[in-house]
Write a protein that binds this ligand. Structure first.
Ligand code: ADP
Ligand code: MG
Length: 411
């Protein structure tokens, strides 16, 4: 099967060819015809399998076909959890739709809303947005939704979970009843599935439900490392993978900054991203990491969802995630498309319960990376010449590390 064979406009086929997309991935093969037919879709497919284009291609086609024939107004709304994801998905729409004249625009909070409002006056066909800012502008009367035909919830399980559901329900109330609703995610659970069913008109089609939620392109394992020793093992991973792009996930924003400082003292340059950073800084950080100017990014779970950065070779779970499905999303930042990736999780004694929770979510054990005793002590060896300053460093960081533990979210 080639994209050629789909019933989509030649303008889209041309850009797909330029993007180097030769044939559709499985999820694209199954979703595109269903969406073109007007069906509601719940699509569950592993990370990095091209879900964005799976909804972008048919939506751009539908909007393009109607252009000039119907009244103006927003035709499709794509809801996403973060600013970064809104920008990334808008870029995908703009590159696939570059020859169509379909206008896609992204909307997110944390920045001045005046330029965003101005954009609406110029005409927007497709809106990619975080729910909060969308709700604000809608309440102020700047966004009209009476022409919306398609609603997409990307990272659907996360979007329908507690933090977002209220805003989303309020937005949905203002959408035409006779619309198409599409859900895309790599993970879903029964509770969220029920919420999804309550938001659609027709029976929804489940596209692909992978047995193993972790993509086969990702080689992932766990190493038993005590809390205080983690930084030495991180240094080791970094040194053994010089020149590679490494994404390090930590439990809290405070820890993100501390790990960055610890690395700095070891002479390793890294950057951080978390919700305490200004929007502009977050965008700058993403640019530096995307371009490879800085090769190590330390992130909290805000960056676990949907972010597509080429050549992230390694994901390190410096801390295990608090929520088991985030394991799948974190490790899924590597091994995207046809690329291969590696992930390692550092699990301390106190995180073992969480590890079991994750394994039961995955429905299988995670491979253990055995570290021999000698090897372990060598990694944390403080007498090693280049580590002479670490004793002070460790003491300092231990002091910081005594922050209260966040309560685990039960699912
Ligand atoms: P997902 O949302 O499933 O995690 P993305 O939509 O972010 O995945 O796509 C992952 C990567 O795969 C992107 O870099 C994208 O450009 C690439 N990709 C998507 N579809 C195709 C295709 N048909 N052929 C080649 N590469 C593709
Ligand atoms: Mg995605």
């Amino acid at each position: 099967m080639k994209f050629e064979e789909f019933d989509i406009t030649p303008e889209i086929k041309k850009s797909l060819e330029e993007l180097g997309f030769k044939k559709p991935t499985d999820i694209q093969f199954k979703s595109i015809p269903a969406i073109l037919k007007g069906e509601d879709v719940l699509a569950i497919a592993q990370t990095g399998t091209g879900k964005t284009a799976a909804f972008a291609i048919p939506i751009i086609h539908i909007v393009h076909e109607q252009k000039g024939r119907t009244h103006d107004g927003i035709k499709a709304v794509v809801m996403v959890p973060t600013h970064e994801l809104a920008i990334q998905i808008t870029e995908v729409f703009n590159s696939i739709g570059q020859y169509t004249g379909v206008k896609t625009f992204s909307l997110f909070g944390g920045v001045d809303q005046a330029p965003q409002i101005k954009q609406f006056e110029e005409g927007v066909d497709i809106l990619v947005t975080t729910p909060g800012r969308m709700f604000d502008l809608m309440s102020q009367g700047h966004i009209k939704l009476d022409r919306v035909e398609v609603l997409v919830l990307d990272e659907a399980d996360h979007m329908m979970d507690l933090g977002f559901i209220k805003d989303i329900q309020d937005v949905i109330k203002r959408l035409p009843k006779n619309r198409q609703t599409l859900f895309f995610s790599a993970t879903i659970n029964d509770k969220i599935k029920k919420v999804a069913y309550s938001l659609v008109r027709n029976a929804i089609r489940i596209q692909i439900s992978p047995k193993d939620p972790v993509s086969k392109n990702i080689h992932h394992s766990v190493a038993f490392v005590e809390m205080d020793d983690k930084r030495f093992f991180l240094e080791r991973v970094i040194n053994e993978n010089a020149d590679k792009k490494i994404l390090v996930f930590v439990r809290t924003k405070v820890r993100a900054e501390r790990v960055m400082l610890a690395l700095e003292r070891m002479g390793i340059k890294s950057i951080t991203i978390h919700s305490d950073k200004e929007q502009e800084d977050r965008l700058e950080v993403m640019k530096l990491f995307r371009s490879g100017e800085v090769k190590i990014l330390i992130a909290t779970d805000i960056s676990a969802r949907g972010i597509d950065i080429a050549n992230v070779d390694y994901v390190v779970n410096y801390d295990l995630p608090d929520v088991s499905e985030n394991y799948v999303h974190r490790v899924g930042r590597t091994g995207r498309g046809v690329q291969k990736g590696q992930a390692i999780s550092f699990c301390s004694e106190e995180e073992k319960d969480m590890l079991h929770e994750i394994e039961s979510f995955l429905d299988q054990p995670i491979k253990v990376l055995e570290i021999h005793k000698g090897d372990y002590s060598q990694t944390i060896d403080l007498t090693n010449e280049k580590h002479t300053d670490w004793k002070t460093l460790m003491k300092e960081i231990q002091k910081h590390d005594e922050e209260p533990k966040k309560k685990k979210k039960k699912r």
